[in-house]
Design a protein around this ligand. Sequence first.
Ligand SMILES: [Zn+2]
Ligand SMILES: [Zn+2]
Length: 267
Amino acid sequence: MITAYTLFSGSGGNCIYVKDGKTEILIDAGKSALSVEKSLASVATSTENISAIFVTHEHSDHISALEVISKKYQIPIHITSPSLDFISRSSKYIQKNAVEHCVKYEQSIGSLHLSSFAIPHDSVQNVGYRITSDDGDTLGIATDMGHVTSEIKESLFGCRNVIVESNHDRDMLIYGRYPDFLKSRILSENGHLSNEDCASLVCALANAGTINFTLAHLSRENNTPEAAFFASRNALDKCGFNNVYLGIASPTCAVMVTDPISCGKVI
Ligand SMILES: [Zn+2]
Ligand SMILES: [Zn+2]
């Protein structure tokens, strides 16, 4: 059975901790090595126990802790070639631990089996992950998503747990104080996913069997946890999925994303 936490989530930094039995991995490592260390301590583990780090893409909110972690630890960093090429220009230690992949790849670490899929975003490359444990439990992860493709849906279909981006409320963004170029970037096909588009994806995935969602990578400026929650909750309820669990990742502290009953955060 997979246990996972978003350690922190949002434009300030992203890191997801995934465990199955003795296998512990991270998806992304944003903020700082110290922040990752402290967050791991809050879920009763440490960086020494991490067997691998999987990178979604090269934006700083997903990789800013990697250089210091790589200097101190010999943890393999699984990353696509375009993202690694980009990072290598400004890093010395990440490269020595890097394991390069093409956009669609499969990798097993202990009892966890990961397969990647492409996500449209304004990075040189961005991937999501479908993670399966030896006992058949599943966790899907898709953030920093300009729009939802059929490949994304197919890759997440049937996952028991899904972490999905619910970045912004469209009206808050359009009428907010961001400059026009930034609004256009976020709203573009390669930007970030709105609450409305997230709600549609969540319903499609609930229809395919997902029972537990965590909304992630919420904009601090153009969203609120309440707006993100109610967009997806209302959509799920309208589709008859009243008993599907919906939680919200925190920008600052660990939130369990695989146990709807005891530890997930509900608004
Ligand atoms: Zn991001
Ligand atoms: Zn990004």
